[in-house]
Ligand binder design. Structure first.
Ligand code: NAD
Length: 485
């Protein structure tokens, strides 16, 4: 069956209004698979953001006063609509950023699962009553309250997943939201906005401003926005945090990673190789924040692992994401491709050994933004490849001798999003889990994000704040103390 390449007209959704034009002009959306312009996207500017925030502010008292069970009901309905429209959302996700079809459907399913999960939380938010009536108080209690209008800024690699991680818990907690996806990925998010309305979520509770950095900056700085939740790169995060500092506004920042996978001789090597190499090359062509891009291998099994990784990666061809058999699609923009190939070209000069790939990909559509899946061996942990996030299908192998050395190498970057371990020694798992500096530790193939009941987030320049579990819900609640004498 041929892939339906029709792109929808997309609009800004502000209160009860659908805006065909934004004050930020128009963006010509490019399909990464062939470099062709797919269609114009209206860009919101500061005026649109201001209107959207005001709508969110107006809608907040009524939405907050909704019975929690009713909030749960409409969010469950939203999850049902996401499920109903899985095919369309997956199709739009491919057109958004050129992700493969193999990837697009599972990501929609992950978002739906997160939505159903947080729908369940909406009527289970509780405070606490203190047991000691100190200072003559008869009654003292703490109650969680929503913030008001929350600004949610998404990046382009997996916007539907971020919707499940950010928008839904914010709504479950009783906030209203102004949502700003990346200018590079408008389609799936705009479709979701239509589902928000169909689910019966009142106008103004969710407002969608398509747009770029200007709209994002206006959203962060708006005085009525009480909290910011952002996914993107550390450079943008610094600008956002600086803007938040002016009004002392809190923020959740989910940033990048340089995650290590520690593979010990007692591990299931085949499983480690398949999961690691497959994740780095096939997950959004390496454009995933938590993927294990540094494979730290014990020297006793290094050669075996390297040989198997090379065999696997060499068999992966990048190609057209409109072909359902493609496992490695394009990266998001020409600039991203050039940045990644620059890193590949510089790596041998810093001592890395090219083991696979590294050249121009063959048999790909002309003018698309493709990068050949690439493996480097004996990467110097202090080199660019050992330190800087590539965000492309490039895997670095490093060898270690002792457990302590492995921990030191794993922790020797400024990032700290995820760490992975392959071993069958439970004592080692427990030792390493304590010592690895990362927001999450995943053992023998366990993956972050797919488990919405656990918190996900970073340490160091991977950011702060958590998404998932009750921690992710409580990012959108602040606690008020009430004492009655
Ligand atoms: P980016 O940081 O440039 O942009 C992300 C979003 O921020 C976009 O919506 C953009 O329009 C907006 N933006 C840009 N400038 C802004 C400003 N000054 N104020 C407010 N908003 C602004 O995106 P990028 O760097 O291309 O994204 C890739 C990065 O995102 C990678 O480093 C990746 O690891 C990270 N990422 C992290 C996670 C996570 O959950 N931790 C998930 C996906 C991607």
């Amino acid at each position: 069956m041929t892939f339906d390449r029709t792109v929808p007209d997309v609009y800004l959704h502000i209160g009860d209004e659908i805006r065909k034009r934004g004050s930020g002009g128009t963006y010509d959306h490019v399909f990464p698979g062939n470099g062709e312009i797919q269609g114009p996207v209206p860009m919101g500017g500061a005026d649109d953001v201001s209107d959207a925030v005001r709508c969110g502010q107006q809608a907040f008292p009524a939405w907050r006063a909704w019975k929690p069970a009713d909030r749960a009901r409409v969010l469950r309905r939203l999850a049902e609509l996401m499920e109903r429209d899985t095919d369309e959302l997956a199709r739009l996700s491919v057109l958004d950023n050129g992700m493969t079809q193999v990837m697009s459907r599972p990501l929609v399913e992950i978002m739906t699962a997160w939505t159903a999960y947080y729908a369940g939380w909406a009527d289970k938010i509780e405070g606490r009553v203190t047991s000691v009536p100190a200072h003559q108080r008869e009654l003292a209690y703490a109650i969680p309250e929503p913030y008001g209008v929350v600004g949610v800024i998404l990046t382009w690699n997996g916007p539907v997943v971020s919707v499940g991680m950010k928008l839904i818990p914010a709504l479950a907690a009783g906030n209203t939201v102004v949502l700003k996806p990346s200018e590079l990925t408008p389609y799936a998010t705009e479709h979701l906005m239509r589902l928000v309305r169909e689910a019966g979520i009142p106008e103004g509770v969710v407002n969608l401003v398509l747009g770029g950095p200007e709209a994002g900056d206006a959203l962060v700085r708006h005085p009525l926005v009480q909290k910011v939740s952002f996914t993107g790169g550390p450079a943008t995060a610094r600008r956002i945090l600086a803007a938040c500092a002016e009004s002392l506004k809190p923020a959740v920042l989910e940033l990048g990673g340089k995650s290590a996978n520690l593979i010990f001789p007692d591990a299931d090597v085949d499983s480690a190789v398949t999961t690691n190499a497959g994740t780095v090359c096939c997950t959004l062509a390496g454009q995933g924040c938590a993927i294990p891009t540094r494979m730290l291998v014990h020297r006793d099994i290094y050669d075996e692992v390297a040989e198997k990784v090379v065999a696997m990666v060499s068999a992966l061809r990048c190609g057209d994401p409109l072909d359902p058999a493609t496992l490695v699609g394009p990266v998001v923009t020409r600039a991203a491709r050039d940045r990644i190939t620059g890193m590949i070209e510089r790596a041998p000069g810093e001592g890395a050994t090219l083991l696979a790939g590294g050249g121009a990909p063959r048999d790909v559509p002309p003018n698309g933004f493709y990068v050949e899946p690439t493996v480097f061996g004996d990467v110097d942990p202090t080199s660019e490849l050992g330190q800087v996030e590539v965000f492309g299908p490039v895997l670095s192998l490093m060898r270690f001798t002792t457990e302590d050395e492995a921990i030191e190498m794993a922790n020797a970057t400024r990032y700290g999003l995820a760490s992975y371990i392959y071993t069958n020694d439970l004592g080692r798992v427990n030792r390493l889990a304590t010592q690895l500096q990362a927001g999450g530790v995943y053992v023998n193939g366990a993956q972050p994000v797919t488990g919405h009941e656990l918190p996900f987030g970073g340490v160091g320049i991977s950011g702060f704040g958590r998404e998932g579990g009750h921690e992710g819900l409580f990012e959108f609640l602040r606690t008020k103390a009430v004492a009655v004498a």
